[in-house]
Design a binder for this molecule. Structure first.
Ligand code: SF4
Ligand code: SF4
Length: 104
């Protein structure tokens, strides 16, 4: 499991750095975020949920049936839309509400 950060989309807010429980994300010379220790990412998705510009993609590994699919999160108010895009570009969206997070 790991993530990839698109530096072109990153607006250098630093939120992913603040929430990563493994201290795996750092700032480059332009204050853009990058992951330093990819292999140590355990896929908690905290950084995905905090990135307001969907600059972070999460790779869904074969071990969970991901087969190369990628996940990113887009936020609309209290709702988080989890976009899963497979290798052929087919997309599925799962929506969760932050206020009801204890239900999931
Ligand atoms: S998914 Fe979790 S462990 Fe991995 S980089 Fe993001 S916040 Fe850190
Ligand atoms: S949360 Fe997103 S925009 Fe903010 S620093 Fe991280 S990758 Fe960049």
């Amino acid at each position: 499991m790991s993530i990839k950060i698109d530096s072109n989309k990153c607006v250098a807010c630093g939120k992913c750095i603040d929430v990563c429980p493994g201290t795996l994300i750092y700032k480059d010379e332009n204050k853009k975020a990058y992951i330093k220790y990819e292999k140590n990412c355990w896929g908690c998705t905290a950084c995905l949920k905090e990135c307001k510009v969907a600059a972070i993609k999460y790779y869904l590994g074969a071990d969970i049936g991901g087969n190369g699919a990628k996940l990113h999160v887009e936020e609309k108010g209290e709702v988080l839309n989890w976009h899963i895009v497979d290798k052929k570009g087919k997309e599925a969206i799962i929506s969760t509400n932050r206020k009801e997070s204890n239900k999931y």
